[in-house]
Design a protein around this ligand. Structure first.
Ligand code: NPG
Length: 369
């Protein structure tokens, strides 16, 4: 008998409060694949962080949905799965597609932990009950609009700012933000928009006292990142390049990353993320929790991960209102005193608002055991 009774895949569309622009494109809404499982005698929800198109990494929602429906879910149902932690073994024959795998693992973990009356925070080794919140600010055409947005975020209490940069919108933007907001904790994210030829230009960012520069070069350019790190005082932090524990350890050993942005979806799930967090802590490499514009489900799980003691820098765990007017959970994450609370109820510790989900569902498929 399968540990999984049923899996439901739902596609929803959540409008964003404002367009979110990065060097790889502009998002106006979040197109999310939700996974609901009936397993281990309970129910659990997961969220796939892949984007509509393969512009952040190679995964995309249609692809994840197809793979989950036709390959991953049938394989998991047909397996002798012993628990959520066993999913990695069961899905090991299928290469890559970590965001798709992570979504199923998240739903199974939620179900299993609910059955045990245990929280994600407890399962992930969280050591605090709230985490300081950072905000990621997209690219703006007008510097005035950027400063106004930043002023609002800082006014509402965000503790750290991440600015998206791209060629032509970097030194001036950072310099103006520094001049306007003084020594606010600041970092930049390039989403792979530069090449090694931009090294001298990027090194000019050193004068602004940034916490880090995130992913300046393409995902597979580990050595180029190591070369940049030798030429810059600002710590280099990899995001897209960190796809697994092995890749992360290689990047550290090569000197390609002095700090790690950890995103559960990108590395295959919260359990793989925990392993990486622990390995980084053992090497004294600071880690922080990245964000992928998650719904209230992923936001709850990220808050739990961000509460791990290895998370030494402020992450992109923001209030739901940073991106959405309406969330799919009954108690969306709020910013209080610049912090987000770590849910402590069973599983994810948040409850879905099924009426909202029904209203914004664009596709639905149920796979029975
Ligand atoms: O706060 O959730 C958030 C967004 C943080 O900037 C952020 N995420 O490149 O890290 C990134 C970026 C991203 C968002 C990447 C969505 C991919 C999808």
């Amino acid at each position: 008998m399968s540990a999984i009774d049923a899996v439901e895949l739902r596609r929803i569309r959540l409008p964003l409060v404002a367009p979110f622009r990065t060097s790889f494109g502009t998002q106006h809404e979040r197109d999310v694949l939700l996974v609901r499982v009936e397993a281990f005698g309970s129910e659990g929800w997961g969220e796939c962080v892949a984007m509509s198109q393969p512009i952040y990494n190679e995964e995309y929602v249609d692809g994840a949905q197809d793979l989950l429906s036709n390959v991953l879910v049938p394989a998991a149902i047909a397996s002798d799965l012993a628990g959520a932690a066993d999913l990695t073994r069961v899905l090991a024959p299928f290469h890559g597609n970590r965001m798709a795998k992570a979504a199923l693992e998240m739903a199974l973990l939620d179900a299993e932990l609910r059955a045990q009356g245990r929280s994600f925070a407890d399962a992930l080794g969280a050591s605090v009950d709230r985490v300081p919140s950072g905000v990621s600010v997209g690219i703006f055409d007008s510097i005035g609009d950027l400063l106004e947005a930043l002023n609002n975020y800082l006014g509402s209490g965000y503790r750290r700012v991440k600015l998206k940069i791209e060629p032509g919108r970097d030194l001036d933007v950072v310099s103006t933000v520094r001049a306007t907001f003084g020594d606010v904790p600041l970092q930049v994210d390039a989403n792979a928009a530069y090449t090694i030829d931009d090294t001298a230009h990027l090194a000019k960012l050193d004068e602004f006292g940034l916490l880090l520069i995130e992913q300046p070069f393409a995902e597979d350019r580990l050595l180029d990142h190591a070369r940049l790190a030798e030429r810059m005082d600002t710590p280099v932090c990899l995001d897209e390049s960190i796809t697994s524990l092995a890749r992360c350890m290689d990047a550290i050993d090569l000197g390609a990353t002095q700090i790690v942005n950890l995103k559960a979806g990108r590395v295959g799930g919260y359990l793989a993320a925990l392993e990486i967090a622990e390995a980084c802590a053992a090497r004294d490499i600071p880690v922080w929790c990245g964000g992928m514009v998650e719904t209230g489900l992923g936001r709850a799980a990220n808050a739990a991960l961000a509460a791990h003691p290895a998370m030494r820098l402020i992450g992109d765990v923001s209030a739901s209102s940073r991106f959405f007017t309406r969330d799919i959970v009954t108690e969306p994450a709020v910013l209080e005193d610049g912090h987000i609370s770590v849910p402590d109820g069973p599983g994810l510790g948040v409850e879905v608002d099924i009426d909202v989900i029904d209203e914004i569902t664009t596709e639905r498929r149920l796979v029975h055991a």
